[in-house]
Design a protein around this ligand. Sequence first.
Ligand SMILES: NC(=O)C1=CN([C@@H]2O[C@H](COP(=O)(O)OP(=O)(O)OC[C@H]3O[C@@H](n4cnc5c(N)ncnc54)[C@H](OP(=O)(O)O)[C@@H]3O)[C@@H](O)[C@H]2O)C=CC1
Ligand SMILES: Cc1cn([C@H]2C[C@H](O)[C@@H](COP(=O)(O)OP(=O)(O)O[C@H]3O[C@@H](C)C(=O)[C@@H](O)[C@H]3O)O2)c(=O)[nH]c1=O
Length: 285
Amino acid sequence: MGNTIVFGAAGQLGQCLQAVAQERNLTNIYFLPKAQANVLNKAVLHETFAQYRPAYCINCAAYTAVDKAEDEPEIAYQLNRDAVENLSQLCREFNTTVVHVSTDFVFAGTSYVPLSETDSTEPINIYGQTKLAGENVIPQYLTNYFILRTSWLYSEFGNNFVKTMLRFGKERPELRIIWDQVGTPTYAMDLAACILTIIQRQSQHYGLYHYSNEGLTSWYDFAKSIFELSQMPVTAIPVRTAEYVTKAVRPPYSVMDKAKIKNQLQIEIPYWRDSLAQCLRKLNN
Ligand SMILES: NC(=O)C1=CN([C@@H]2O[C@H](COP(=O)(O)OP(=O)(O)OC[C@H]3O[C@@H](n4cnc5c(N)ncnc54)[C@H](OP(=O)(O)O)[C@@H]3O)[C@@H](O)[C@H]2O)C=CC1
Ligand SMILES: Cc1cn([C@H]2C[C@H](O)[C@@H](COP(=O)(O)OP(=O)(O)O[C@H]3O[C@@H](C)C(=O)[C@@H](O)[C@H]3O)O2)c(=O)[nH]c1=O
């Protein structure tokens, strides 16, 4: 198998990919430092592609601050759209297959039926709009791509809801948590395993896929599970979206249907609460 290069290697998903690659003893996979892998710098990117001549490029670099994106859309667009165009151009030049990660926030979330890859997108915040623009740029340059939309990512690495709940839960006896936004958490280790499996199998079933853990929950129920599995005596108070003000609006329902990735790529997906328990064992030890 040829080389794989990873952008955004120091982020949450990037670190999970490193852990899974190590577990599987994968060689020829390079987790590039930002200086060598600044996705906004075309000259540096070109040198990197010329050096590694990668068969695969995994793009984990992104702008992921959902609320902050409302105040700095230009920066969010640069990272989530323009950088994807830079990578797509180079992937075409070097005949590299790209694995790119997108989000459930491309959906408005107003229907209550699990969303499939063919359902229409209508992002309701800047972050979602920039991620959709990034998705749309790839097929303009490439046919050999995998775009994996995922949701509610968490892990022992980086910033995420699980770590926020553990931190807040140590500081406060009560937390107000939104119960009327429904989706599916995804353990970033599971997503990393899925990405590396696709590459190891050298699958050519290219396209757009949904990947989250199995099942569904609300942020409130997710928080309850975090506290229960961590045996933390925190009272979670269910509140409606209108009672918890945030800068960016979020989709009320963003559960994704994963039939396509299970059937076409034979990916097995763990249940969200089982994966949460696994992550918490690591975090709480
Ligand atoms: N987190 C989540 O809940 C979800 C994430 N996703 C998607 O999954 C992917 C991975 O997310 P996640 O790992 O959580 O994100 P993180 O925010 O943890 O990681 C993003 C990484 O991108 C890096 N980065 C920023 N600017 C550049 C640049 N110019 N060149 C190279 N790297 C850069 C960041 O580095 P630095 O910190 O140094 O700026 C950071 O390491 C993203 O595409 C995201 O949109 C989808 C659904 C849910
Ligand atoms: C911290 C906190 C959050 N919330 C709510 C706000 C929000 O609706 C929800 C999640 O908040 P967060 O800010 O942690 O997560 P958020 O940044 O909205 O998470 C999203 O990130 C981007 C990158 C994605 O792509 C999405 O899939 C999704 O994971 O929980 C509470 O109700 N109470 C709280 O104490």
